[in-house]
Write a protein that binds this ligand. Structure first.
Ligand code: NAD
Length: 484
């Protein structure tokens, strides 16, 4: 085992768990990296108690002081960027470039958090003679963040810097499949000078998540993962009267019009569907080709063949994931679709224990096939063909998810037409992965997000705080009126 056994983190220290453990294995080669505890609810209680005890001290520090920790945290992310990149690659299986992008994005997220003092200043107005109303953002208390496997470092950084800078204390529950990055994050925050108890980590699975949703001392829950679990978490947290935002799965459509630039479109489609081995909630999963494609699909195939497992394509997370993805491809073939590029059975020499799926292009997919409707979460693009843009929009709109959608065209009017009608929270024009950069917020629509707020950016300020409205009168000569 390459790393020591994963521990929980509370009261500023690592604590060994007495719970049963799971093995943590690298998808790159099957190597045994560590073990992770499936912590019990009583271990969660200890972390919540730690966060609760730290809340008064931390929330009574000014925001300008709190963000000083995050200036240092940002510096440390740069200092440790190479080491963190390798850690993310090892535990998740993505390429080094993709892992490095996670660290870079975490730096950008932290830069947003340090700008929060500029954004959260309240408002003040003399509402009647001598009487003022003012607003201020107050932290909620102890908040929880539950993360998925596909971005072991970035997704925890979607929530942690903003929630903490705004004065909350946090319990983080990383994915039990990739627990190493969050453990390192706790160490780096301590080195940055974060007071003990402000950030805590409890490792585990379903039992810890259930405990979070029920816990009377947790005020808000953020979740990122599959739609199936997002629904469970949203229902459980809100039925226990907690604030909740739960981001779910995705099935993102790229609508390609005949006038699209062939080279740019083919490169974008391929990069979007195969980046992070298709395990991104923003990955293109379906391409709707409208009318005559002028060789664009041939070029997508050419580009896809340049994407090679073990070289510029990482591994998928597990043996089960590989089997599931290959099962979808086989089903599409049985249903009559045409496999133009086939990634089944991919292996990498010297890494026989790794779990790889090659890039896969499937053409002549019908809108009711499982590869057209379901989230595959692998490097697979399902191409459907339509005669009109309205038919393409109908297919996109019929999907229950609504994370991202993009249109490829050289015609501004057509781009606007699709952008207005796409049923997705994040829309791209000639962009394959339309992730909003800070300060714009991240969040889908429909079954890709439950709850009123986005998870990052300005929208997250409303999620992580409650607004206090204070009305003040000092001078008796201001008099009494109908509002006094
Ligand atoms: P997952 O839903 O299986 O797990 C997410 C978290 O929930 C993990 O921490 C896990 O321990 C916990 N969990 C799993 N099953 C549970 C259960 N039955 N009850 C309570 N908790 C449970 O998701 P995953 O496989 O880790 O991640 C992949 C999914 O996440 C994909 O569907 C992907 O689209 C989605 N995702 C969405 C976004 C977004 O922004 N919308 C971002 C990243 C990932």
């Amino acid at each position: 085992m390459k790393y020591a056994a994963i521990k929980n983190f509370y009261n500023g220290e690592f604590h060994e768990s007495s719970a049963e453990t799971l093995d943590v294995t690298s998808p790159l080669d099957g190597n045994h990296l560590s073990t992770v505890p499936l912590s019990s609810k009583s271990e969660l209680d200890k972390a919540v108690e730690s966060a609760k005890s730290a809340f008064d001290g931390w929330s009574n520090t000014t925001i300008k002081d709190r963000v000083q920790v995050f200036f240092r945290y940002r510096y440390l992310l740069e200092k440790y960027a190479d080491e963190l990149t390798e850690l993310v690659t090892e535990e998740n299986g993505k390429t080094l470039d993709e892992a490095r992008a996670e660290i870079d994005k975490s730096i950008e997220l932290t830069e947003f958090a340090v700008s929060l003092p500029q954004l959260v200043a309240g408002e003040i107005l003399e509402v009647s003679r001598g009487v003022e109303c003012r607003t201020e953002h107050f932290p909620l208390g102890v908040v929880a963040s539950i993360a998925p496997f596909n971005f072991p470092f970035m997704v925890p950084n979607w929530t942690m810097p903003n929630a903490l800078a705004l004065g909350n204390t946090m319990v983080m529950k990383p994915s039990e499949v990739v627990p190493l990055s969050a453990q390192r994050m706790a160490e780096i925050l301590k080195e940055a000078g974060l007071p003990d108890g402000v950030f805590n980590v409890v490792n585990g699975g379903k039992e810890v998540v259930e405990g979070i949703c029920e816990h009377e001392d947790i005020d808000a829950v953020s979740f990122v993962g599959s739609t199936k679990v997002a629904k469970i978490v949203y229902k459980a947290a809100t039925s226990n009267l907690k604030r909740c935002v739960a981001l779910g799965g995705a099935k993102n459509h790229l609508i390609v019009l005949p006038d699209a630039n062939p080279t740019m479109t083919a490169e974008n489609v391929t990069a979007s569907m195969s980046g992070c081995a298709g395990q991104r909630c923003m990955a293109a999963s379906a391409m709707v080709a409208v009318g005559e494609m002028n060789g664009i699909i041939d070029r997508v195939c050419e580009e896809a063949r340049k994407v090679v497992p073990g070289k510029n394509l990482g591994a998928v997370i597990s043996k089960e994931a590989k089997e599931r993805i290959e099962g979808y491809i086989t089903q599409a073939e049985k249903d009559g679709a045409k496999i133009l590029v086939d990634g089944r059975g991919a292996t990498v020499d010297g890494k026989e224990g790794g779990t790889y799926v090659g890039p896969t292009v499937i053409d002549y997919v019908k809108p009711d096939m499982s590869v057209a409707t379901e989230e595959i979460f692998g490097p697979v693009i399902s191409i459907m063909r339509t005669d009109t843009v309205d038919e393409a929009i109908e297919i996109e709109n019929a999907n229950p998810y609504g994370n991202a959608s993009s249109v490829y065209t050289d015609n501004g009017g057509m781009a606007r037409y699709v952008m207005e009608r796409a049923s997705a929270g994040m829309v791209g024009v000639n962009i394959g992965v339309p992730v909003p950069r800070e300060p714009f917020s991240f969040g889908g629509w429909n079954e890709s997000r439950f709850g009123a707020n986005d998870i990052t950016g300005k929208s997250s300020i409303e999620f992580w705080t409650k607004l206090k409205k204070t009305t003040t009168k000092w001078n008796p000569e201001a008099g009494i009126n109908w509002m006094s």
